[in-house]
Every structure is written in C-alpha cells, then in structure tokens.
Design a protein around this ligand. Sequence first.
Ligand SMILES: C[S@@+](CC[C@H](N)C(=O)[O-])C[C@H]1O[C@@H](n2cnc3c(N)ncnc32)[C@H](O)[C@@H]1O
Length: 330
Amino acid sequence: MELPSQLRLSLERELRGHDGAALAREAASLSARYRGGGELTGPQRPTTALAYAATRMPATYAATAAAMAALDAGLPGLAPRTLLDIGAGTGAALWAAASSWPGLEAADLIERDATMLALGGRLAAAGGGAVAGARWIRADVLGPWQTAPHDLVTAAYVLGELPEAAQATLTARLWALAAGALLLVEPGTPRGWATIRAARERLRAAGARIVAPCPHEGACPLPDDPTADWCHFAQRLARSRAHRAAKGADLGYEDEKYAYIAVARPPGDLVGARVLRHPVTRPGRIELTLCTRDDLRRTVVTKGDREAWRLARNLEWGDGIGPEALALPQ
Ligand SMILES: C[S@@+](CC[C@H](N)C(=O)[O-])C[C@H]1O[C@@H](n2cnc3c(N)ncnc32)[C@H](O)[C@@H]1O
C-alpha cells in the first residue's frame, strides 16, 4: 500500500527545508514515547506534528485504509457520504476514507492540538473533493462538542490514549453519532487490542452489529489476558524517500501492526473465518490459525486435500474467508 500521491507530494513539500537529522531525532523521541506506552498529550511543537506526519501518518493511513477495506467488504452498501473523525491528528483517516469511498462528500475532523490541526489542514488542501473541503474543528473530544450524526464515524489511534472511563463514555457517544458505521483502530499491541476488545463488548451491549474483523457477533474467544494472545493484523506500506529519511531507515517498506473493530447499524456480511496469524508453510502442509464462527482453531491443510490446499495456499494473515471456509479441515 502507498500513500495517495497528492498526500505524498504535499508531505514532501512540508518537509522541504527542514533539517532531516533534527526531524529524525524528534521522530525517535516520539516513537520512544509511544513504545513507553506514552501518548501525544499536551500542545505539540510544529516540528513534532511534522515528525508525526513524516514518520507515523503513513502507517496510520495504511492501517486505517486496511480496516476500511474490511468494513467495505462486510458492508458494501455503506458508501458513506459524510465522515466524522475524532483525534484526527494530521488527517490519516480522512485520506483513507476518501481513497476507500470516492463518493465521500463531506468530513468533520475533531482535533485538540492546534499544530496537528494546522498541518493536517495544509496537507489536505492538496487533496480533492471531501479531503480539501474537510472542516477541521479544534476541540477536546472529552469536552462539550456538538455535531450531527455522520454516515461513518472513525477514531484511529486515539481511544487508547484516553483514560479508561473516558473511553467508555466516548465510545457510547461515537456510536450515537454513527448513522451508518463506526470504525475504531488502535496499535496492534496487547494494549491496543485490550482497548478494542473493551470497546467491542460495550458496542455489542449497545446493540451495534459487528461487521469486521470477527466472523461472529458472540463473545470473543481469545483469552482475557491480552498479553497471552491478541487479535491484530499487519499492513505493509511502501516508504518514500522522505519517509525513510525522517525515520533514518534504509528499508523500502514497513509493516504496521494494528487492531480494529468495525460495527454498524445494519447487519454485515460476516466472513466465514478470519486468518489470525501468518500461515506457516512447510513441505506438503500449511498451518492456519483461524477465528471461525464456532471457535478459535489451528488447522493443518495437507497437499492431498486438494480443495482445501488450493484455498489455503493463497491465504494471508488478516484475510477473511467466505463460505468456502467450510472446505478447510475442522
Ligand atoms: C496518535 S495520534 C492519531 C492521529 C490520527 N488519528 C492518525 O491515525 O494518524 C492521536 C491524536 O489524538 C489527539 N487527541 C488526543 N486526545 C484528544 C482529545 N481529548 N481531544 C481531541 N483530540 C485528542 C492528539 O492530539 C493526536 O493528534
């Protein structure tokens, strides 16, 4: 996956003239804060917003776009015309939604930090339609803000930054504002998954219909301890030269791990099973870890089982399998 070219070029323009080494240092301290379980609290310096856009936004864009693809596959009739994104940062979810649904007409983005908001607005000015026309609203999502319901509501990489009690209140509020669907995306860490899992339970209790990634709407079969096992996926994204420079990295790509839940008002077309790990391929056999409609299971497909083999050899981590999942050994 790659960034939309207008976003990539706009980002490169913003980065021009900035000292690459200073930005890389800023980005390194940013990622150290994240690795330490920290968050982007308090007002940011403009260079922090730029370092975020250069080093994290490509990955949050890619993860959010991948989760949107799963939402779209499970609810093809959604075709949102309006988007509400909270904790919008520099606008990753806006760009991802506009790429996923070309019929998107209008977007409201809520962001507390003035420097993120200003940079996001400048980047979006280079986009077309709903991206350029988005309304950037400076507000604390935990404070008193008002908006009408939107077809699609998103919160990417933000819920987990909020106190637990606030997560519950905000999830209920976002669901109330979702006329069509609500998508929550978090880092693919045990902590990110714990945030998603708690939100899943709250949304289920509120009557939301699950669309993805789960193949069922029942209780999650994974262990309660998120460090024992956690539901997450990986999205590969190409790194541009500017992205590599800001990260001080040589590799031309990176894999962003993420966790997500997509729910909606109408029921979705649930997958028959979801691939929860990289399939392990050995001579003559493929080992799959699957979440199915009935349980969590490890399945071994052997080459002799031709129908199952044909299916299994094309599967990747995160793929949803349709009714043909029945061909796999139980
Ligand atoms: C990790 S960034 C994610 C940005 C963007 N959603 C993305 O996926 O790239 C978290 C963003 O949430 C914003 N944020 C955190 N708490 C907030 C709050 N209470 N109200 C509004 N924005 C908040 C931060 O300022 C930051 O821009």
